[in-house]
Design a protein around this ligand. Structure first.
Ligand SMILES: *Cc1c(COP(=O)(O)O)cnc(C)c1O
Length: 368
């Protein structure tokens, strides 16, 4: 049986009437950018994230860009981040003229290893960007401790972790800023690009509100040079329909993950994703296994039309665009190993039991 890696049409079929009405309503009222739906969504997202404020922006990448800018990251600064993530995490640091400093990951969580951060701090370090990869938070307590000691800002890249929790605290509520993406493949996906930033203080919220609109306050008066990064009302309208279902969808992902865990428990070649003690709600944006014979498994899944992808095949320190940073290929050994062995398989909430059985059978036929 063919199984897609993700099938958004099922989510749409489930919510079609409500979603159609919400979109048509925006077409009717015509306030397309930062309209009333955006304001309502921001209030609900702030509540979900246990923070004072959420601000909608044009993408998850922009969420990171604006948060780093708001945190005062400037050309010449250094920003410490993980070596293993989606490109945007590192790209925005360079885009601001700062230098990304890559730190290796923990073998069990694929997230930045807090034990290695302090050695990377210099007098140029301005901020730390931990990524909550695959839907599980990085180990935030030691990260916040190091940040406090060295007076660094912390920007959580929570693009894959909306609604996930660390010791009961939601993603985006721990650092100075939390950055989220509404890219359609994220757990809370829009009908296009979008993102949001969470923050605890009204000063930060005010700054983000100005930054996303060219730094203007009032209109046409510019104290700072900002960005054009605003959330469209149609996206917010779609997200308002989906948001009440998010928790249930994440729980469904957890159920699928448990089934996979059990099915793969006796397959000694397969490393299933580990839920860390501090991770009180892992939302499985991806279910990522590690195996030595990945190419063989990938070929088998392709042959059976079972969706899979490799997040991520190249660690940051080996990316061509970062060659001038002078990392050696063998640096960050844990991240190197992950890049060579991980593969993500279908985990979307609407996947049927039969479909999951097909995935399990195909995986075990190669790695059993
Ligand atoms: C998706 C993602 C982003 C970027 O979000 P976009 O909305 O695609 O710009 C940033 N960081 C991580 C870890 C992501 O997964």
């Amino acid at each position: 049986m063919s199984v897609p890696l993700l099938d958004l049409s099922r989510q749409y079929a489930y919510l079609k009437d409500e979603m159609d009405a919400a979109v048509l309503n925006v077409l009717d009222h015509g306030w397309f950018i930062l309209g009333p739906e955006v304001k309502e969504l921001e209030e609900k997202l702030a509540e979900l994230s246990h923070v004072g404020y959420a601000r909608g922006v044009a993408s998850g990448t922009d969420a990171l860009l604006l948060a780093l800018f708001a945190a005062g990251v400037k050309p010449g600064d250094e920003v410490i981040t993980t070596d293993f993530s989606f490109f945007a995490t590192a790209g925005v640091i360079s885009r601001l003229g700062a230098t990304p400093v890559f730190v290796d990951i923990e073998e069990d969580s694929y997230n930045i290893d807090p034990k290695l951060i302090e050695a990377a701090v210099t007098d140029k370090t301005k901020a730390i960007v931990p990524v909550h990869l695959f839907g599980q938070l990085a180990d935030m307590d030691p990260i916040m401790e190091i940040a406090k000691k060295h007076n660094l800002k912390v920007i959580e890249d929570a693009a894959q972790a909306v609604g996930a929790e660390y010791k009961g605290k939601p993603a985006g509520s721990i650092g100075d800023f939390g950055c989220f993406s509404f890219y359609p493949s994220k757990n809370l996906g829009a009908g296009g690009d979008g993102g949001f930033i969470t923050t605890l203080t009204d000063e930060n919220a005010e700054l983000l509100t100005i930054l996303r609109n060219h730094g203007a306050k009032p209109k046409y008066y510019h104290k700072i040079v900002g960005f054009n990064s605003r959330l469209a009302s149609i996206q917010a309208a779609i997200l308002l329909v989906k948001l009440p279902h998010l928790r249930k969808w994440s729980e469904k992902r957890i159920e699928h993950a448990k089934k996979y865990d059990e099915a793969f428990a006796s397959a000694s070649q397969i490393t299933t994703p580990k839920v860390m003690d501090y991770s009180t709600f892992h939302i499985y944006n991806q279910y990522t296994i590690a195996i030595p014979n990945r190419a063989e498994l990938q070929a088998k899944l392709n042959e059976e039309n079972i969706g899979c992808d490799i997040y991520y095949p190249v660690p940051f320190h080996k990316q061509e665009c970062f060659a001038d940073l002078g990392y050696k290929p063998e640096e960050c050994p844990v991240s190197n190993k992950a890049a060579d062995s991980v593969i993500s398989i279908p985990i979307y909430p609407e996947m049927t039991a039969d479909e999951q059985q097909s995935v399990i059978k195909a995986v075990l036929s190669v790695c059993g």
